[in-house]
Write a protein that binds this ligand. Structure first.
Ligand SMILES: CC(C)(COP(=O)(O)OP(=O)(O)OC[C@H]1O[C@@H](n2cnc3c(N)ncnc32)[C@H](O)[C@@H]1OP(=O)(O)O)[C@@H](O)C(=O)NCCC(=O)NCCS
Length: 158
């Protein structure tokens, strides 16, 4: 597996992976109406803007030159997106991306990471030491979706 920062030409594959991951990996955790609202329609332009955003680190993981997962991370410690291709699920791709986020956080001297984890992702974040602060229902295209506000306190280096 190879991790690198995303570039604009990744946007199409990222859009498709986002769509596929939700539909394949979260279908057991949300209703079909919720899955459709969350997955939306793949739109490369939206992802091109996120990748270009200088206020976030957007990482991709590749396996044999294919996109296996991605995450994006804001410099205040917010883990915004974390998605893995159904073809590469449960093989440590999200774990590798989270390790990268921890490295970035350490180099920025952050003392805290936080996220809004889906029902699907909650066990992954718990395994990596995140604690649930509260559950919440967020409105996604008019449909309520349950997620968990989670955080992890980091030990300052040195
Ligand atoms: C959640 C997600 C990112 C996990 O990616 P992944 O690469 O499969 O995760 P990993 O292989 O690194 O998993 C590491 C550990 O986390 C836990 N874990 C991961 N996915 C899990 C799941 N669906 N159910 C229960 N535990 C899970 C397990 O302990 C796993 O270890 P194991 O496989 O040895 O049991 C992926 O399922 C996904 O993209 N889901 C759909 C979209 C989503 O919910 N994204 C998060 C938005 S906040």
């Amino acid at each position: 597996m190879h991790l690198r920062l995303a570039v604009a030409t990744d946007a199409g594959a990222v859009a498709q992976l986002f769509h596929d991951a939700i539909r394949a990996l979260s279908a057991g955790d949300y209703s079909s109406e919720q899955i459709e609202a969350w997955a939306g329609v793949p739109e490369a332009a939206r992802w091109r803007d996120r990748i270009a955003d200088q206020n976030r680190e957007f990482w991709v993981a590749e396996v044999d030159d294919a996109l296996a997962g991605f995450c994006d991370f804001e410099p205040d410690g917010h883990v915004d997106m974390l998605y893995v291709s159904p073809d590469h699920a449960r093989r440590g791709v999200a774990t590798a991306l989270l390790h990268q986020i921890h490295e970035s956080a350490a180099s920025l001297g952050l003392t805290r990471l936080y996220t809004e984890a889906s029902i699907t992702a909650r066990p992954l974040f718990e395994k990596h030491g995140f604690l649930v602060l509260e559950s919440q229902d967020v409105n996604v295209r008019g449909t309520p979706l349950r997620n968990y506000r989670m955080e992890k306190k980091l030990q300052p280096e040195g």
